[in-house]
Design a binder for this molecule. Structure first.
Ligand SMILES: Cc1cc2nc3c(=O)[nH]c(=O)nc-3n(C[C@H](O)[C@H](O)[C@H](O)COP(=O)(O)OP(=O)(O)OC[C@H]3O[C@@H](n4cnc5c(N)ncnc54)[C@H](O)[C@@H]3O)c2cc1C
Length: 408
């Protein structure tokens, strides 16, 4: 997304671009596989926040046919009971009604309303660059803000743990405020034909032949790149828009670059007959400690083409390292899901498992939300590893590099 964004802005300004992509399709971490039966499997459950500023600037939402989940979640509490929260960040006092009081106290709801008002009054840039919140991890921030352990465990950890792929909430709190604003002001959506439609839309804006797939870069020398085939290509400027790990291999050491660590996740897909009941279009979160099924999403409740007619697709995310072989994870998930959704879940058919050890770069307290993108006169880098773990960061860094090249 960072490289395609950069290429789109350069092309828009009339500069010739060539995108060299090692994989067999564009998208990097935003890919969708279509099975022979017609299920659309995103490589890891992922959503587009409709209010991300970079996304709003560049993407054509209408062409993507975005479908939003309802704001809120069904939360499975540690005792196995479920509670439904609709619009918890947009209308906290209504969402956490008497029925759901076990999720948090009245004071907790008022604090959500207060933070919602605060983030509405700040720009994304102000939130991301705030030193006081950058200095704290999210869990410490939540405790210092005064939220009860009850709402932290029953709401913040399952909800934001799903965004961070980290239920310990050790991600820097300036990113928490940024993400909180996205949920207060916008929706979480998926394109009707899968997340890969997003990078495909950008690639389609580039001239024919300007994206070369299956083309791995193995070295960079000044303003020339060497391909795995041995071929060398020269350019007026080179932008390394890989993930952080490949960038470390390809680029000279950059001063003040924080060490790269990753958040991992596993996404297990199941198929089931489509239910007759009206869909609620809500994500399902598990607050139970030690669970393996952390988040459950039913993508075709919002985007029906994710499953063939008469079928339903179930996406189950397990964040972090679980150390289980695929068959054991699947069987333990099915046990948990049967306890959660009833006996019909034991019949769900396993479709595929995606293990993604390098899903998000770790963004700890104290790490700046922007790192140097221009490395020398003709060499640049971009990608989420240069900022914070999100599509918005990848695209922002790509745009900033394009602007730097155009102004050089
Ligand atoms: C499971 C999962 C869920 C996520 N959920 C969300 C979410 O809900 N919201 C959100 O905002 N973000 C989410 N993200 C994060 C988001 O997907 C990433 O931040 C973003 O896609 C990163 O884009 P990028 O361009 O920086 O890097 P990448 O997507 O990693 O792209 C790097 C590209 O470089 C290519 N490459 C690498 N080495 C070479 C080489 N030597 N030569 C040529 N090409 C090379 C790769 O093939 C790849 O295409 C999620 C990520 C995952 C994996």
């Amino acid at each position: 997304m960072a490289g395609l964004t950069c290429a789109c802005y350069l092309h828009r300004a009339g500069r010739p671009v060539l995108v060299l992509e090692a994989a067999d399709a564009v998208g990097g971490r935003v890919r969708t596989d279509v099975t022979a039966e017609g299920f659309r499997l995103d490589r890891g459950f992922q959503v587009l926040q409709t209010r991300y500023p970079e996304v709003q600037h560049l993407l054509d939402y209408g062409a993507l046919q975005l479908h939003a989940f309802r704001s809120g979640a069904v939360i499975r509490l540690p005792d196995g009971k479920q509670t439904v929260l609709v619009n918890p960040l947009q209308q906290p006092t209504a969402a956490f009604s008497a029925l759901t009081s076990r999720v948090g106290t009245l004071a907790d709801k008022l604090r959500i309303a207060s933070l919602a008002q605060h983030v509405r009054g700040a720009t994304n840039g102000q939130l991301l660059s705030r030193h006081s919140t950058n200095a704290l991890d999210t869990l410490t921030f939540l405790r210092e803000y005064g939220w009860s352990e009850q709402i932290i465990e029953n709401f913040f950890q399952p909800f934001f743990g799903g965004v961070y792929l980290d239920r310990s909430l050790s991600t820097a709190a300036n990113f928490f405020e940024f993400v909180f604003k996205q949920f207060v002001e916008g929706d979480a959506a998926i394109p009707s034909l899968g997340m890969q439609q997003i990078p495909e839309q950008l690639a389609a804006r580039l001239p024919a032949g300007s994206v070369q797939l299956n083309t791995r870069v193995v070295a960079i020398r000044d303003a020339a790149v060497e391909l795995a085939t041995g071929e060398t290509l020269a350019a007026a400027a080179v932008v390394v828009a890989t993930d952080g790990e490949a960038a470390t291999r390809l680029l000279p050491a950059v001063a003040n670059t924080p060490p790269l660590r990753w958040r991992s996740t596993t996404c297990t897909y199941f198929a089931a007959p489509a239910p007759a009941a009206q869909p609620d279009k809500l994500l399902r979160l598990n607050a139970a400690p030690n669970a393996l099924a952390h988040n459950v999403a039913l993508p075709c409740e919002v985007a029906p083409a994710y499953a063939p007619p008469g079928q339903q697709l179930i996406s189950v995310s397990t964040h972090g390292e679980h150390g289980l072989p695929e068959a054991e994870l699947t069987s333990r998930l099915l046990q948990e899901l049967t306890a959660w959704f009833g006996s019909q879940a034991s019949q769900w058919r396993h479709l595929r498992t995606y293990t993604i050890p390098q899903a998000l770069p770790v963004y700890p307290a104290g790490q700046p939300a922007r790192q140097a993108l221009k490395l020398h006169a003709t060499l640049y880098r971009c990608g989420d590893h240069t900022a914070y773990p999100s599509l918005n960061a990848a695209m922002a860094s790509g745009r900033e590099v394009a602007e730097a090249i155009l102004s050089a």
